[in-house]
Design a protein around this ligand. Structure first.
Ligand code: RIB
Ligand code: CA
Length: 313
């Protein structure tokens, strides 16, 4: 089967970085048409820089990286330096990238790609706030039906929120954008905290990265060491969730995940529950199903895939 064509929309972020590395390490499964950076974990200039650092680390300076939106549709940007550090990729020392950013705006790249590639053959992988995707859909409604699938990291239900008691960060930063995406009618597979919190960076798993003896393995281990301190302190867990790579792992090996096709709505009005993904897991409403909500993962299989693929870089 031909590799799936994808666009990764991202706010690197250590876990975003691992997702990008996994995609670049899997050419037999995925063709990365481009990376569009969005403001999220850190401001846009840094997410656009970090995406290029990761591509160069993977030995792929030919990857096209575009800067997208620098703030949410309607709200002030909220960032997460408390989790990812000032640079967004804190942990190991890093050189500035030498590869250039593309001139074209990320939203225009998404629109142009969806219009020029055969309809139904491009998957969008938003792993940050969905501002770029929603802006593309607003600016060019004709491209919505041309999307093959949206595989996103975001939301939470049983696991509740991580940035507020009821909201997950990617949704909370731009709830209006998330509402547009979840209301678009595009096939959606979502990786909420309910599943990503079952994919923890335990010590044996991080040691496996370090044991690779490669620059990529060392960098991923160092990023993980930094990134996990926040979640381990907060949750008392034995590692941190590697959120964003779950989307890419799903595209490579969907059998690692189990979930349910249900209705998911986004709260955009209430101050108290802003950004909550209201998941009708028990189907108690007649609201139409609009997303496959992933709730379980074969964590050992996930980390085995990660270790196998990252060792290639
Ligand atoms: O809540 C986790 C999400 O927020 C991940 O995508 C992480 O990178 C941050 O963007
Ligand atoms: Ca992210």
């Amino acid at each position: 089967m031909a590799p799936r064509k994808i666009i990764i929309d991202t706010d690197p972020g250590q876990d975003d970085a691992v997702a990008i590395l996994l995609a670049l390490a899997s050419p037999e499964d995925l063709t990365l048409l481009g990376i569009t950076a969005v403001a999220g974990n850190v401001p846009l200039p840094l997410t656009a820089k970090n995406a290029r650092i990761v591509c160069e680390l993977a030995g792929r300076p030919d990857t096209r990286v575009f800067a997208g939106c620098d703030s949410p549709l309607e709200r002030e940007l909220i960032t997460a330096e408390h989790v990812h550090g000032k640079t967004g990729l804190d942990g190991p020392p890093m050189d500035d990238p030498t590869m250039l950013l593309q001139e074209q705006h990320g939203v225009d790249f998404i629109i142009e790609t969806l219009r020029t590639e055969e309809s139904g053959t491009v998957t969008l992988c938003p792993i940050g706030p969905m501002t770029n995707i929603a802006t593309a859909f607003q600016r060019a409604p004709d491209v919505v039906e041309r999307v093959q699938e949206i595989v996103l990291m975001g939301g939470a239900y049983f696991e509740v929120g991580n940035i507020t008691p009821s909201a997950e960060f990617n949704i909370y930063v731009d709830p209006e954008a998330a509402k547009i995406v979840f209301g678009s009618g595009v096939r959606i597979t979502m990786m909420p905290l309910d599943v990503t919190h079952k994919a923890l960076t335990t010590k044996p798993r991080v040691d496996a990265f370090r044991a690779m003896g490669t620059k990529v393995g060392d960098m991923v281990a160092a990023w993980t060491d930094f990134f996990e301190r926040f979640d381990m302190e907060k949750y008392g867990s034995e590692g941190a969730p590697l959120h964003d790579p779950c989307t890419i792992a799903y595209l490579i090996k969907p059998e690692l995940f189990q979930g349910r096709h249900i209705n998911v709505e986004i709260e955009t009005e209430s101050e108290l529950t802003l950004g909550m993904t209201v998941a009708d897991w028990w189907r108690v409403t007649d609201r139409p199903a609009n997303a496959t909500f992933m709730k379980d993962i074969d964590a050992e299989g996930f980390y085995a895939l990660l270790a196998d693929r990252l060792a290639r870089l």
